[in-house]
Every structure is written in C-alpha cells, then in structure tokens.
Design a protein around this ligand. Structure first.
Ligand code: TRP
Ligand code: SF4
Length: 333
C-alpha cells in the first residue's frame, strides 16, 4: 500500500476545477492507499500574514467541501498542518539543504510575486516549496495528487529529498522516498471566460453555490466565439462549454459535435441540455455540505482525530531523520 499526501490552502470555496483536477483523485486514492489530506494553513500565511482570521474562517468550510466531495475520514487522515509541529521542524532542517538559487528560479515564485497585489516578499514565501517538501517527505509519501500548476513544487521536493539523502546516507540506505505526482485526467478545467478556471480570474463555478447561480453562470459562459448567429455552424474544439461534456455527459458528446458543426443545435439548447446533466451531479454535493456544516462539532472532531494520526507518522519520520543525521535527542519529552 502506497502512502499518499496532498494539501490545499484554505482560501475559499472549492470550484469545479478543484473537483475534477484534484479532489476526484483524492476520492479514488483513499480507497486504495493510506492517505493524508492536509489543510495547508501555514502556506496560506504567505499571502494572509496580516490577518490570520481570514485563513481561520476558511478552514472548516474547506473540510466541508472535502467531505461533500466524498473524502471519508474513516478512510483518510484529514488534518491541519499547524496541528502537527513536525512540519515546521522538518522544514527548518530541509531549508539548510536547499540552495537559494533553486528557490529564486522556481516559476511560481516569480509569477506570484508579479501577479499578487499584496507585498509577499518574505523569507517564508521564498521558502514555500521547502515547507511543501517537508509536508510530503514527513509522511514518506510516494504519491502526491496535485494539479499541473504544482509540478514545479514537486520537482523541488524530489531535488531536496535527493540532496538530503546524499549527505545522510547510511550505507545503501536513504532516509527519504522520492515521491511521484498523481495527475488528474482533466488537468485543465476551463472557466466561464474560456481561460483556466481560477479564483483569481473570477471565472469559477463554485461546487456549493445554488443551482440558480450555476445556471446563470452557464448562460453567460463563452462558447465558440466565431459562432455569432444561431445559424452559423460552430466548432466544438474552440468551445469551453463543450469541454464540460467530457465530465458531465460524455454519452452526448458525439451528437453535440455533429449538431454544433451543422448548426442543428443552438448554444442555448446545448447549454440547457448540459445543465440538465450537471445539476443532479452537483445537488448531492450541496446537500452533503450543508448537512456537514449543520453539525458544528463534526469537523473539529475530524481534525482532532486526524492530527493525532498524522502526528504519529510525522514523529516517526522525524526520529528517523535525526537518526540518519546523527542528531542525538537529549529530551525525553
Ligand atoms: N501548494 C499547494 C497549493 O497551493 C498546497 C500544498 C501545500 C500541497 N503542501 C502540499 C500540495 C503538499 C501537495 C502536497 O495547491
Ligand atoms: Fe459550444 Fe454547444 Fe454552442 Fe457548439 S452548440 S459552440 S458546443 S455551446
């Protein structure tokens, strides 16, 4: 049985892109492997350091999104990063094995700094991938379900692990396993404007938003921009709406493809028919999320239980790390 670790930042309600890109993979993996799913609140501090209360307000809703999507606390360990202090401990050690040039070269470092309108020029922001490496290596995870955008961070994790292993080998034995990414079949879900679905583009379909909202957003969603009038033939290959058929109505795809190209179907009807398939898939999600949030003790209990289980594994790895380094512990605490 492989170990799996993944994390998400608590920064707002999850959208369909999260579901198809990552959560769906969490769902499958929890049935086959030992899974750890972590709320990455320390990582969120990079952008929200001036006001932690914002991060706090997103933690329980994020877990409720996970539960609604089918993540099962009986199968997977669900925990909060800051409840397991070993993440910070391992991050400090790994940071000593991480050349600064690896971090300044990290594409997400440059990109975020240019695009976020906050001052995030901190030591912690530069070291973001080191903390992420600690998250993964602390559980000796061999699989990491992530979106494509996180691949540079996983590559850094692998490099940091190799470098640590190189200096701390015991004979033939290495401390850290080198993890692999588990990517989804739907790496790029498009938003209502045809760009990649992302909170920062304000083009998302939120998993838990009311039916009417989804309908309204779908109505406004971009289609093949070359198809101006109803009797213009369309090209589904240039239509973001068509990509949703892959997830929600694959059985209708070939028909829509034909009818769009011959202008037998108009975009309005095409969207209505898609919505008919989408809404029943989203409805149970909305219901389950509301049910979960109606029980105020449920998520705190899950996180408490999860932290205990996660810590056991994390402590074990830390003991191994120190042993490989020859770092003796004098404390009996
Ligand atoms: N950086 C990830 C993101 O923003 C979140 C994350 C933190 C993570 N630690 C992780 C993902 C460990 C995978 C593994 O999406
Ligand atoms: Fe897109 Fe459907 Fe309109 Fe064709 S008919 S352009 S697939 S919305």
């Amino acid at each position: 049985m492989a170990r799996v670790l993944s994390g998400m930042q608590p920064t707002g309600r999850l959208h369909i892109g999260h579901y198809l890109g990552v959560l769906n993979n969490y769902n499958h993996l929890q049935n086959e492997h030992e899974c750890f799913f972590m709320v990455a609140n320390l990582h969120s501090l990079t952008a929200f350091y001036s006001d932690y209360s914002q991060i706090q307000s997103f933690i329980e809703p994020l877990v409720s999104d996970w539960l609604a999507a089918g993540i099962d606390p009986e199968k997977a360990v669900i925990f909060l990063q800051s409840d397991v202090p070993e993440h910070s401990e391992l991050s400090t050690i790994l940071s000593m094995y991480t050349p600064v040039s690896w971090l300044t070269r990290n594409p997400t470092y440059k990109e975020k700094q240019e695009n976020i309108d906050k001052d995030i020029d901190s030591h912690g922001f530069l070291g973001y991938p080191v903390l992420q490496a600690a998250d993964i290596l602390l559980y000796q995870a061999s699989l990491v379900p992530i979106g494509e955008d996180q691949l540079p961070h996983l590559e850094l994790t692998r490099e940091i692990a190799r470098r640590f292993n190189h200096y701390n080998r015991k004979g033939e034995q290495d401390v850290f396993k080198i993890p692999d990414a588990a990517l989804s079949n739907f790496p790029k879900v498009l938003g209502t404007d045809g760009r990649k679905m992302s909170k920062s583009y304000a083009n998302t379909l939120i998993l838990s938003e009311p039916e009417e909202e989804i309908t309204k957003k779908m109505r406004q969603m971009k289609t093949d921009t070359a198809r101006v009038r109803r009797d213009d033939p369309g090209n589904p290959e240039n239509c973001p709406v068509f990509t949703y058929y892959d997830f929600f109505a694959p059985e209708l795809k070939s028909n829509v493809d034909k009818e769009c190209r011959t202008a037998a179907i108009g975009c309005k009807d095409c969207k209505a028919q898609l919505l008919e398939k989408m809404q029943p898939r989203l409805e149970p999600f909305r219901e389950k999320r509301a049910e979960t949030l109606a029980k105020p003790d449920l998520i705190p209990e899950i996180l408490n239980h999860g932290a205990k289980a996660a810590r056991e594994t994390a402590k074990n790895t830390m003991a191994q790390v120190k042993e490989f380094m020859g770092m003796k512990t004098y404390s009996s605490l």
